[in-house]
Design a protein around this ligand. Structure first.
Ligand code: LLP
Length: 417
């Protein structure tokens, strides 16, 4: 995402130093071009099945990001009323929006019924009952698909694996036919499809195809009972490169899916989040202090102004993010050494990266790479830290797409009298 122009580290022609001077740090910086080129890579790769893309809003829900994808023609995958409202405000197409999630509340269901969405991805028998009641009250059938849990190992971090039977998501394959029969008989429900999502940051095509095979064979047996549907939603989860791993091979997935679907007249939907936005974002921070170790085998710390409250992935999953010292050769007089890059938050788990060999000193800018997905969305105000600003670079210009939170916003809703 970073290119060097006349010795300056730039995102699509705009220097990171200039962005830091204009907007301060820590700041998330996104490349609109990069986001769109990932979308193109995905749609090209999945061209053999002409998949419908439903961008998983949770990966990065900034309105400007949603607007970019809406204008590029994607639909959306949401998991809350809040995400539905974001899609609307960004001008997204709610008739191509699917609603996932294990705990949909009555008010969220009512909101989605009123707005008119593509499909509710139902995750339990009780949810099916609730949907039927709410649709009856609303006076129009609710479009549904059942999210099945195919008990397939996505071979990813346990916190982001969702397709094993010990995970809370979806209904077991064995109970799905009965739910479909119920939905089929119910005039308040309209069966549209079937759904499955087995996890995130999946590196290999194999587990996704195994899950797809289970799903397609269930559609066959349901069709034999006269329960027809129009789409198969295979979820997201396509992995990206954070370090040395290979990027998920979307073209191989597209070819394998085409074989798997065969001649069935079913539209394929996918719900990618990370694949579209992770590698097109970085978190720009500045070194506040360095604490070089005085012992030969000790750990040296570079304390930056970004922290686990801004990007929690390293602390939460032990996730790796590459770190770049911005304009390293030009600005730094410091000698290279190995650093743990940590934030100001009062937790030993507050680190952004460990054991990185970089030339750092106070004032140096660093870019934490591949932070476009699950970065700002998981940011918090822990330690009463305002959340970072967000900047999007598009057509060679950096534009503020979310102001840095002000201190007054931190306690605007708190009451003392
Ligand atoms: N569809 C459903 C139903 C999901 O639960 C998710 C992600 C997605 C689609 C999009 O998955 P993706 O294509 O982004 O892998 N915070 C974690 C990731 C949590 C993923 C949650 N569900 C992380 O930072 O790695």
């Amino acid at each position: 995402m970073i290119t060097s122009q006349n010795g300056a580290d730039c995102v699509d022609g705009v220097s990171l130093r200039e962005i830091a001077e204009r907007f301060g740090t820590p700041t998330y910086v996104y490349s609109a071009n990069h986001f769109l080129s990932q979308l193109e890579k995905l749609t090209d790769g999945l061209a053999p099945v002409d998949a419908g893309v439903r961008y998983a809003v949770k990966a990065n829900s900034n309105l400007a990001v949603l607007k970019l994808f809406a204008e590029a023609g994607t639909g959306f995958d949401i998991v809350s009323g809040g995400e539905l409202e974001r899609v609307r405000r960004a001008g997204g197409d709610t008739s191509r929006t699917v609603f996932s999630g294990v705990g949909k509340r009555v008010d969220e269901i009512d909101f989605a019924l009123k707005v008119g969405i593509e499909c509710f991805n139902v995750e339990s028998s009780e949810e099916l009952d609730r949907l039927s009641q709410r649709a009856a009250a609303f006076g129009q059938p609710a479009p549904i698909s059942i999210r099945v849990n195919p008990d397939v190992d996505a071979a990813t971090h346990p916190y982001i694996s969702t397709g094993l039977k010990e995970n809370k998501f979806g209904v077991p394959m064995a109970s799905a036919p009965e739910l479909y029969r119920r939905a089929h008989r119910d005039p308040n429900l309209s069966v549209q499809g079937i759904d499955c999502h087995i996890g995130s940051q999946i590196a290999e095509v194999g587990p996704l195809i195994e899950a797809a095979e289970h799903v397609f064979s269930l559609t066959d047996s349901l069709a034999r009972e006269g329960i027809a549907m129009s789409h198969v939603d295979l979820g997201g989860g396509f992995g990206v490169r954070y370090g040395n791993e290979a990027e998920f091979d979307v073209a191989a997935y597209g070819r394998a899916l085409a074989k798997c679907r065969g001649k069935r007249a079913l539209q394929i939907l996918v719900e990618p989040g990370r694949f579209l936005v992770a590698s097109g974002g970085l978190l720009l921070c500045r070194v506040e202090y360095v604490k070089p170790s005085e012992e030969d085998d000790g750990i040296s710390f570079a304390v930056v102004d970004g922290s686990m409250s801004d990007l929690i992935r390293p602390a939460l999953y032990g996730a790796h993010h590459d770190v770049v010292a911005v304009d390293e050769t030009q600005t730094t007089t410091a000698q290279s050494r190995q650093w743990d890059i940590v934030g100001p938050v009062c937790e030993s788990g507050d680190f952004l990266a460990k054991q990185r060999v970089l030339a750092l000193e106070g004032g140096q800018l660093v870019a934490v790479m591949s932070a476009g997905a699950y970065g700002i969305g998981l940011a918090s105000n822990y330690n009463s830290r305002p959340r970072p600003a967000e900047v999007m670079v598009a057509s060679g210009e950096a534009r503020l797409i979310r102001r840095r939170e002000a201190l007054s916003q931190l306690f605007a809703d708190e009451l003392i009298d």
